[in-house]
Design a protein around this ligand. Sequence first.
Ligand SMILES: Nc1ncnc2c1ncn2[C@@H]1O[C@H](COP(=O)(O)OP(=O)(O)OP(=O)(O)O)[C@@H](O)[C@H]1O
Ligand SMILES: [Mg+2]
Length: 219
Amino acid sequence: MGGSVIAVASLKGGSGKTTLACCLAVHWHLKGRTTLLVDADPQRSAMRLAERPKALGGVALFERANADVWNAVRRRSGGQDVTVIDTPGFDSEITVAALAAADLVLIPVKASPLDVDRMMDTVKTLMHGVPGWTPTFRCVLTQTTRGSVIARHVREELTDGGFPLLDGEMFNRVAYAEAGLFGATPSMVMPGNPADREIAAIAEEIEPLLDRASRAMSA
Ligand SMILES: Nc1ncnc2c1ncn2[C@@H]1O[C@H](COP(=O)(O)OP(=O)(O)OP(=O)(O)O)[C@@H](O)[C@H]1O
Ligand SMILES: [Mg+2]
């Protein structure tokens, strides 16, 4: 996964971008991968988490909430195993610049029809935002209720619509916010708990995609 860049993006606010970006970055950092987390959101949510006592486990982090994020990531990602960019929850040149720097785009989507519609707008931005470039992307269901009818329907709707969706999903768990209180993720403070395991499963599903994307970029 050397030099891989992941952008976590969605035009829907509150879909779980920052939570997913921080949890994945910290997961890889704890596994000993050289990991960089980039906060490209003017709200500075990831930066603010890192200002709390557990400082996201000391993962390397910088902020660049403007279109220069493309340059900054291209300059620094080569020396890392993986770079994860958290993006703003609205259509902006920052989001497009972050997408352009990414080998893989993860789109968190909540299991509701309103969120699915907005996810489709995100995919259009992805496809048309950067001329001549079609990113690899995957949707990830977030904040789902285990066994709920709506989660199953949304999964079917996305799959039938040809939107690639990870098998792994983030269930609705208070562990994410509780860990965040201390500037941590569940993997740091509750290793082996269900939230830690679901993040590990998502990371494991993504890793082969990164290997493929970096091979395609260097070909
Ligand atoms: N899997 C989850 N289970 C429970 N709560 C969650 C989960 N994921 C995120 N949350 C909570 O949902 C809220 C929104 O999450 P988050 O800030 O990650 O979304 P976002 O997409 O980054 O939002 P914004 O668009 O404002 O940047 C937060 O309060 C967060 O703690
Ligand atoms: Mg956010």
